[in-house]
Design a protein around this ligand. Structure first.
Ligand code: HPA
Length: 240
């Protein structure tokens, strides 16, 4: 047991999908895993282990934002020896060519949070995806039906934008940052610190450029390619 996860040693697989919404974690477990067993209900931050195409995989809810994700990722790494962490989530597009329902593979994660700088002892560390996971993910989807974008994203502490003036997100957009979410810089920095593999796979759920927001039904349908990709990359990371 760790502080926020009640699983016993060995109950969590070496590869874990991370979903912000714990009910999404349950949905993934119930829809994609065989013999899924819930190992965590502390704070309703549900976690499950089951088999996907014959291999053990786990899926854990993390909550929203870097402080919440970081405590689950930290405990999975340090108390349960998790090797591969794959975040599946949603993002807001910062670029005109990144459309609703597209996939974004976060090659790097900029941040406006102080968290990574604190962990790095004041250094401006650049949090990056694990190249092997990124390469695997890209090759699985590059010729598929859903457009995929690979590049920098922004992990922000704020969801609602500041009032008036030129919004800050435009400055990130001017640097080619593809999309905004709220978790990945912390995930990649933790993976770097503990020498684990991490990747974030995102579906575009809204656009700060156009103001569009995907409907609930559109969101539901667009999650499928992302979840399947996350599971396939998790499987590949386990080796033969
Ligand atoms: N901002 C931050 N996080 C998000 C967004 C957004 O627009 N969309 C989905 N996650």
């Amino acid at each position: 047991m760790s502080l926020h996860i009640q699983a016993q040693a060995g109950e969590i697989a070496p590869a874990v999908l991370l979903a912000g919404d714990p009910l999404r974690a349950r949905f993934i477990a119930e829809s994609y895993l065989e013999d899924a067993r819930c190992y965590n209900e502390v704070r309703n931050m549900l976690g499950y282990t089951g088999t996907y195409r014959g291999r053990l995989v786990s899926v854990q809810g993390t909550g929203m934002g870097m402080p919440s994700l970081a405590l689950y990722a930290h405990e999975l790494i340090t108390e349960y020896e998790v090797q591969t962490l794959i975040r599946v989530g949603t993002c807001g597009s910062l670029q005109a060519q990144v459309n609703l329902r597209d996939l974004v593979l976060a090659q790097g994660a900029c941040t406006d949070s102080s968290m990574v700088r604190r962990w790095a002892g004041g250094l401006d560390f650049a949090p990056l995806a694990d190249f092997e996971l990124l390469d695997t993910a890209y090759h699985l989807v590059k010729d598929g039906p859903v457009p995929v974008h690979v590049g920098n994203i922004l992990a922000s502490d704020t969801f609602y934008q500041e009032e008036g003036g030129d919004p800050l997100w435009r400055r990130w957009a001017a640097l080619g940052v593809l999309a905004v979410e709220m978790e990945t810089a912390a995930l990649y920095a933790l993976a770097a610190k503990y020498r684990r593999q991490a990747l974030t796979v995102l579906t575009v759920s809204d656009s700060l450029v156009t103001g569009e927001v995907a409907s609930a039904q559109e969101r539901e349908q667009s999650y499928t390619p992302m979840i399947e990709l996350g599971l396939e990359v998790a499987l590949a990371s386990l080796g033969k």
